[in-house]
Design a protein around this ligand. Structure first.
Ligand SMILES: C[S@@+](CC[C@H](N)C(=O)[O-])C[C@H]1O[C@@H](n2cnc3c(N)ncnc32)[C@H](O)[C@@H]1O
Length: 224
């Protein structure tokens, strides 16, 4: 089935958030990084400006900037209403309130949009749908990141996750996934099954991070 832009709720994080959730060090940022399902995050733009080498993959990069902008505007109120209704499920320390949340997210997505056409021309935003084969050789990237996509939607199923992460591990020497819980911040059987599967052949770790926005979502999964 063709990928539908109207099935995506674009909601992007920034470099500082990626740094905290993935515990990114200066050394990590000096290697080749792949971002899977990076969507409208400003991580690629901000890290590139600092001299990092980042390629982001997402099905939404098949669409032009005006379509992404329209989709972001279409969903902005809906997401903010959901956040308002569920605000007790979040930790309001770094992000103090709903107004600040909207402004931090919109600022990240505006930074992404302003960089998008240039980044596409430089092959920094590559249309790609996991678990399809990636147009890169084995071990090309030092690090692969997945923020708020893998493990968040248990309905995608275990086989999808195994195929997607296997392909990510083909092109990346290490993969980091955040968060490890679902949209209700519940630990899932899916995450346990994914960890058990990769433990057979890889080094799998769960590491506590300083990033916690949804209550209880502060664990990072690393597979290498
Ligand atoms: C909630 S957004 C997260 C964006 C970004 N990683 C961040 O944290 O700011 C989830 C992203 O996953 C992308 N996505 C959905 N299905 C995908 C797939 N099969 N392969 C790769 N990305 C996918 C969506 O297009 C969307 O941009």
């Amino acid at each position: 089935m063709a990928f539908q832009l109207n099935s995506v709720v674009p909601w992007g994080h920034n470099l500082e958030e990626y740094r905290t959730m993935f515990r990114l060090t200066g050394e990590d940022l000096s290697g080749r990084i792949a971002g899977f399902g990076d969507g409208p995050a400003s991580f690629n733009c901000e890290a590139t400006r600092l001299g990092a080498s980042v390629v982001s993959f997402d099905p939404i990069y098949a669409f032009p900037a005006n379509a992404l902008h329209a989709r972001i505007e279409e969903t902005r109120q809906v997401v903010m209403e959901q956040m308002r209704a569920n605000r007790e499920n979040y930790v309001w320390t770094q992000i103090k309130d709903l107004d600040m949340l909207e402004s931090v997210r919109m600022s990240a997505m505006e930074t992404f949009l302003a960089d998008y056409e240039a980044g596409r021309a430089e092959n920094r935003y590559v249309p790609h749908t996991l678990p399809d084969r990636l147009p890169y050789g084995d071990g090309f990237f030092d690090l692969g990141l997945s923020s708020h996509f893998l493990l968040l939607y248990p309905s995608l199923g275990l086989s999808f996750h195994i195929e997607a992460i296997t392909e990510m591990l083909r092109v990346c020497r290490e993969v980091r996934i955040f968060p490890v819980v679902d949209l209700d911040a519940n630990k899932t059987a899916l995450a346990e099954d994914v960890m058990a599967y990769f433990r057979k052949t890889r080094t799998v770790k769960l590491i506590k991070t300083d990033y916690e926005f949804q209550k209880g979502d502060n664990l990072l999964l690393t597979i290498r």
